[in-house]
Design a protein around this ligand. Structure first.
Ligand code: IPE
Ligand code: IPE
Ligand code: MG
Length: 244
């Protein structure tokens, strides 16, 4: 679907961009600052990227904010990250809602502190009917657990007769993932020079284009997002077919 603001020479943006926001700690270290300072600047970068996503008319923007493995970090750092999530939701919800952003969380966010669970429920409920950018925030998310949980739910449904073995296929499996209703990402970006997925959208990113960038997350700008999208447009997506 094209919109009047896209001139005909510009290819449409990827419908779903997912970002592994990495490098906050190294950004802080390079400046002799505590890691939390990097995370704070990381939230500023996030704000800018959500704005850029809206301007570029991306439909879905998924941000990896906290992995199921990030609990291995020192408790003080975990507290700092949870504190920033609280602040973000308290401060940004009104503005995001005004801009028509629909907010969705993936990951085991119901296991977070009760006040954060409440903020998340409130953000999702308030913005549920919005039709602009869908902002998907991955918190306490890990693909391995997501896939195991989906398998358990399906196995239980088969065991009690609600589903048959034949009912299990790629589409029905995907409906049991946290991303039910969200199209697979077209583009996955990781910042900070690391080239791995760290348990992020392993099923969903099966055919995503991967773009690894050296920029540390707090330095990521609208231009950085544009650069990744430009790179995406250079790629030829073949899905296993012969080259055209
Ligand atoms: C990304 O920055 C933020 C989270 C993972 C929560 P890091 O904190 O991983 O930064 P580096 O990788 O140590 O530089
Ligand atoms: C991935 O970054 C998780 C998030 C960005 C939330 P990490 O910094 O935790 O990943 P590893 O440990 O380097 O793989
Ligand atoms: Mg990291």
């Amino acid at each position: 679907m094209s919109s009047p603001s896209h001139d005909t020479d510009t290819p449409p943006p990827p419908a779903h961009v997912a970002i592994i926001m990495d490098g906050n700690g190294r950004w802080a270290k390079a400046r002799g600052l505590p890691r939390v300072a990097g995370h704070q600047r990381g939230v500023d970068a996030l704000r800018g990227v959500v704005e850029a996503g809206q301007e570029m008319e991306i439909d879905f923007l998924t941000l990896y904010a906290f992995s199921s493995e990030n609990w291995k970090r020192p408790p003080t750092e975990v507290d700092d990250l949870m504190g920033l999530l609280r602040l973000y939701l308290r401060r940004e919800l009104r503005e995001l809602h005004r801009n028509g952003v629909r907010i969705r969380f993936i990951g085991e966010w119901r296991k977070l502190a009760p006040d954060i669970v409440k903020l998340i429920e409130d953000a999702q409920n308030t913005t549920d009917a919005n039709t602009g950018l869908t902002l998907v925030i991955a918190v306490n998310y890990g693909s391995h657990r997501e896939i195991v949980e989906a398998t358990r739910t399906i196995a239980a449904a088969v065991a009690d007769g609600a589903m048959t073995l034949e009912d299990i296929d790629e589409a029905s499996f995907a409906r049991h993932l946290h991303t039910d209703g969200i199209p697979d990402p077209d583009l996955v970006i990781r910042t900070s020079g690391e080239q791995r997925l760290s348990n992020f959208l392993l099923w969903q990113a099966g055919y995503a284009e991967l773009v690894f960038m050296d920029v540390l997350w707090p330095d990521f700008t609208k231009q950085s997002l544009q650069q990744a999208v430009d790179e995406f447009h250079q790629r030829e997506r073949r899905y296993g077919a012969s080259s055209g």
